[in-house]
Ligand binder design. Structure first.
Ligand SMILES: Nc1ncnc2c1ncn2[C@@H]1O[C@H](COP(=O)(O)OP(=O)(O)OP(=O)(O)O)[C@@H](O)[C@H]1O
Ligand SMILES: [Mg+2]
Length: 287
């Protein structure tokens, strides 16, 4: 582990969790775990490649709210609320050194948890213009998005997409027939953020990765809190260090360790019941 790092949460690898649920549902009678996944058909849990999840299933805070992963997202969300108590509205950016470390998954789970479990009005903004991904989690898409809002073509309330009934709105990238320069757009957003902050307790920005993209350099001037997602056991230490240097992270950096394998999770995680009362456990990870 790198020095000066504050680990907000360690998220287990949920592919293992879904594999276990898959196994349980085929070998148990009575209540089937897939009853908890109404919108995602059981056979679509795992994509063609068994190591990849159908994108919606990354929202474990919704599908497996009693799992260790969801509990870890609650831990991160609670820490963020406590450490930003003095602010009326907090702008949070979630990034990673490389592509595919789990940024968007972290954005949606923390956003959903802040809204549902901590009662915070939350807005997720997709600023990964080249690889936008928040639309995969939205169930009521708005007609417009960030670009139309920045171009003054629409009102805020007309470009807020939603995830479920929770107070977690999403500003998708949207369409632009004008300027699509990322750097200009981020500058525009910077000017617009104070207006957005009047409506939301937390604004979470889905960003591109640090090392391959110049955009993160300018995005990093928007936030109050910057969280770096590190894919456990995959991203080399020197790569993380390089990203920290590029971001100018000298003080204590906030990190989410993602996709931690079950055998690397602390043993105390497994002694705590993951059910309420007599409810059946479906979200624990086999050790
Ligand atoms: N904790 C986890 N356990 C297992 N798989 C995970 C976990 N978190 C993310 N993944 C998987 O990793 C892949 C990348 O996740 P995600 O899209 O969130 O990353 P990203 O950093 O936003 O990627 P990109 O840089 O392409 O935008 C997805 O297939 C997702 O299902
Ligand atoms: Mg992403």
């Amino acid at each position: 582990m790198l020095p000066g790092i504050r680990v907000l949460a360690a998220i287990p690898n949920f592919v293992s969790m879904y594999h276990q649920l898959n196994y349980q549902s085929r070998h148990s009678s009575g209540e089937e775990p897939q009853a908890q996944l109404p919108a995602v058909r059981y056979r679509t849990w795992l994509g063609e490649n068994e190591d990849q999840l159908a994108p919606q299933l990354n929202l474990v805070a919704k599908w497996q709210p009693l799992s260790i992963a969801a509990e870890q997202y609650r831990m991160a969300a609670t820490r963020l609320v406590l450490s930003n108590e003095g602010r009326e509205s907090t702008v949070l950016e979630i990034t990673s050194a490389l592509k595919g470390e789990g940024k968007t998954t972290t954005v949606v789970n923390i956003g959903y948890t802040l809204a549902r479990d901590l009662g915070k009005k939350t807005l997720l903004i997709d600023c990964d213009f080249r690889c936008p991904a928040l639309h995969k989690y939205v169930n009521v898409p708005a007609e417009a998005g960030l670009f139309e809002l920045l171009d003054g073509k629409t009102r805020l309330q007309d470009c807020l997409s939603t995830i479920d009934e929770v107070a977690c709105s999403v500003l998708l990238v949207g369409k632009s027939d004008g300027d699509i320069s990322e750097l200009n757009r981020i500058q525009q957003l910077k000017g617009f953020l104070p207006q957005l902050q009047q409506h939301f307790d937390f604004i979470i920005i889905n960003t591109p990765p640090v090392l391959p993209s110049a955009t993160m350099g300018i995005l990093a001037s928007l936030e109050h809190v910057l969280i770096v997602v590190i894919r456990a056991g995959a991203t080399p230490k020197h790569v993380v260090q390089q990203a920290f240097t590029m971001l100018g992270l000298t003080a204590e950096a906030q990190v989410i360790l993602n996709a931690v394998e079950a055998q690397s999770m602390p043993a105390y995680m497994y002694g705590y019941p993951m059910t309420y009362g007599r409810e059946r456990t479906v979200g624990t990870i086999a050790r």
